[in-house]
Design a binder for this molecule. Structure first.
Ligand SMILES: Cc1cc2nc3c(=O)[nH]c(=O)nc-3n(C[C@H](O)[C@H](O)[C@H](O)COP(=O)(O)O)c2cc1C
Length: 174
């Protein structure tokens, strides 16, 4: 595996815990996505819900790592109202053209993971090399480590497969 960036947004710590574990195992750089207004205090829950449900973007702080310097960008989001969290939506909207390969993970209470993983691929405009979904309960009960390990095993293999497929299509196109 080559150079990897883990970009994530976390309001209450679940996505951050997963992002940090993935980054530690993969020796990846971490990009915590931060929006200027924040979603914690004073109506943050309602605003998070509305922004996610209406597919609104946020204004994020400037990123620390340029995604085009990485072979793979792993993007993590909490699920908000069956949708991508608004700061992650804004991050992908701003950087989509710079992703060479993407993988996604989401944390959630128990609903909406299939839809959100599909939405992430559509928003990034490319298929994920691997995906991972983890409930808060799995994380609280320390059941996430094995799923993270499997996700990382898939990454390297699938990046190699995608590379060969794109080289093949370049060689065979007229
Ligand atoms: C505004 C809001 C909406 C949420 N909507 C959903 C949802 O539709 N489905 C679900 O399973 N969990 C939902 N959750 C729970 C979060 O996805 C879950 O707790 C997640 O792990 C939080 O990640 P974080 O701690 O990194 O912020 C919602 C949480 C918030 C704050």
């Amino acid at each position: 595996m080559k150079k990897i960036l883990v970009a994530y947004y976390s309001r209450s710590g679940f996505t951050s815990a997963v992002a940090r574990e993935i980054a530690r195992i993969c020796h990846a750089d971490l990009e915590p996505i931060k929006d200027i207004r924040g979603h914690g205090q004073g109506g943050g829950y309602m605003r998070s819900a509305l922004e996610a449900a209406l597919h609104l973007s946020t204004t994020n702080r400037r990123v620390q790592h340029q995604p085009d310097s990485y072979d793979l960008v792993i993007i993590g989001t909490p699920i908000w109202c069956w949708n991508i969290a608004s700061p992650v939506r804004a991050y992908i909207n701003s950087h989509r053209a710079l992703f060479k390969h993407v993988a996604f993970f989401c944390t959630y209470g128990g609903l909406g993971q299939g839809k959100v993983l599909q939405d992430l691929e559509a928003l990034a405009d490319q298929p994920a090399v691997a995906t991972l979904e983890l409930t808060d309960q799995e994380i609280n009960e320390n059941k996430h480590h094995e799923k993270i390990a499997r996700f990382i095993e898939n990454l390297d293999r699938n990046v190699q497969e995608q590379k060969s497929a794109s080289v093949h299509s370049i060689l065979t196109s007229k």
